[in-house]
Design a protein around this ligand. Structure first.
Ligand SMILES: [Zn+2]
Length: 318
């Protein structure tokens, strides 16, 4: 590609630096696929992608994928189209070494647990990363430079107290992920070229056209960037198949699920549920789901542990 239009801004030397850089993208869905697209157009030399999902018809409006990609592993499609190095894996404490080669990491995930894993890894290894989150019509982008800016755990010290909605539940407009991805890649370029970035979260809403920068201070007692306790690299989501064939998922840290809030979300989806002080029970398609106060989830009807884990991410992970 001819990158000469970049030269007035970053110089030939800057472009060369980008061509020698390695960036890892975690997740290849709405965010990740667009992040790869923009990294490729930026001229980043090596792009690593970690994702364990297949292209689904419902992905098409908000990703770079097209109809002929349906059913293929996302990383394979990105490999063919943009020459990425694809790993058909989930990012977890057992696979974080896939990030070792990267100079910088960009978030293309849709859940807080994986973000905490990336954050622990990045802070521990002094590697910059960019948190990106989108939902409905809005998005968040925040650069994290270990030792300089606040980290993701300064922003979110625990897993969420109540389940935050995921895109599967709250929806997402097609034009939101590429905007967030473009901003994240712009920040990545600046960091790779050695420019200073602020300790701030950028928030935008395409509905109101609000655009805000919120300063995020480092938390004095942050478990990750101050105390250097990398709990998310040690603890894993526990997945067990119970004797009746149902699958139980236990989060790495105890949560405090707000059943009223979760009930409201289910109502919006037209899902009937039974709620007691200890658990909430409902059916989603072929699955029967039981969620306990502390975040433990039992799924009946799931084919395998992976299917159960994606339900956990859907209802409790975002
Ligand atoms: Zn921190």
């Amino acid at each position: 590609m001819d990158f000469s239009r970049h030269f007035p801004i970053i110089g030939i030397e800057g472009q060369r630096k980008l061509s020698e850089s390695t960036v890892a993208v975690v997740g290849a869905g709405a965010l990740g696929s667009w992040e790869v697209y923009f990294l490729h157009k930026l001229g980043v030399g090596k792009i690593i992608v970690i994702d364990r999902d297949f292209v689904d018809e419902s992905d098409l409006p908000r990703t770079v994928y097209t109809a002929e990609d349906i059913g293929k592993p996302k990383v394979e499609v990105l490999k063919g189209r943009f020459g990425v190095i694809g790993h058909f894996e989930d990012l977890n404490p057992g696979t974080v070494s896939l990030l070792d080669e990267a100079d910088l990491i960009i978030d293309g995930t849709d859940n807080i647990y994986t973000r905490q894993v990336i954050n622990d890894y990045a802070v521990k290894n002094g590697k910059p990363w960019i948190y990106v989150g989108v939902l409905a019509t809005y998005g968040n982008v925040m650069p994290i430079i270990p030792g300089k800016t606040a980290c993701f755990r300064c922003l979110m010290p625990r897993l969420p107290e109540r389940p935050s909605p995921t895109c599967a539940i709250a929806g997402i407009m097609s034009y939101v992920p590429p905007l967030a991805a473009s901003m994240a890649v712009g920040l990545a370029a600046r960091i790779l070229l050695g420019e200073e970035v602020g300790s701030e979260l950028i928030f935008f809403d395409t509905k109101t056209l609000d655009f805000e920068k919120v300063e995020v201070p480092r938390r004095e007692d942050c478990p990750a960037c101050v105390r250097r306790e990398f709990t998310f690299l040690e603890k894993r989501i526990k997945v067990e198949t119970l004797c009746d064939g149902s699958i139980q998922i236990t989060p790495p840290e105890k949560m405090d699920i707000d059943f009223e809030e979760l009930g409201k979300q289910l109502e919006k989806l037209g899902i009937e549920y039974i709620s007691t002080s200890q658990f909430i029970q409902f059916e989603d398609d072929i699955y029967e789901i039981l969620i306990f106060k502390g975040g433990r989830m039992v799924v009946r009807g799931a084919e395998d542990e992976r299917e159960a884990k994606s339900l956990f991410a859907r209802y409790l992970g975002g």
